[in-house]
Design a binder for this molecule. Structure first.
Ligand code: 4NP
Length: 159
């Protein structure tokens, strides 16, 4: 059965749609699309229905990665549907922990920081690039590339 993975940030227009697209790109390169169901969502409601931030889309496009997702907010059912919920920073992590406490059954999802899979860095937070310049978007993609490599290695090794 396919492993279901949800990438989570605050607005679902910068970091988590990029993480979703980077991971999708990697599994397509390896011919593993059928083994994973991948999505992203935000803990906040502000950008629901919007496509990803144009700056994030351009930065990803320069690396041959298309961001096509439309922002949505995390919902309670996500804790039942997904196997893994991968947060971009500790605020997202705390938001998911609080939300999961409102479930009236146990969550099926393991909630982890995406950067816990990184090989090149020990930081656990993907910096929010929204209010910064272009370099912030490149840095996010570098972090996501490394973490998604580590994630995929881990998933393949522990299948
Ligand atoms: P994201 O970035 O959580 O990576 O999608 C943000 C996008 C928008 C806002 C904050 C973070 N905002 O405050 O509108």
């Amino acid at each position: 059965m396919a492993m279901k993975i949800l990438f989570v940030c605050l607005g679902n227009i910068c970091r988590s749609p990029a993480a979703e697209a980077v991971f999708l790109h990697k599994i397509r390169q390896k011919g593993l699309e059928s083994e994973y169901i991948v999505d992203s969502a935000g803990t906040g409601p502000w950008h629901v229905g919007n496509s990803a931030d144009a700056r994030m889309k351009s930065a990803a496009k320069r690396r041959g990665i298309n961001l096509v997702s439309i922002a949505r907010q995390v919902k309670l059912d996500d804790f039942l549907y997904f196997d893994l919920m991968l947060t971009m920073d500790s605020d997202n992590h705390k938001s998911l922990e609080s939300l999961s406490k409102t479930l009236n059954q146990d969550s099926n999802a393991l909630v982890k920081p995406l950067l816990s899979y990184s090989k090149k860095t020990s930081i656990l937070n993907v910096p929010d690039p929204y209010y910064g310049g272009d370099a912030g978007f490149e840095n996010v993609l570098d972090l996501l590339d490394d973490a998604c490599d580590g994630l995929l290695c881990d998933l393949i090794a522990n299948k």
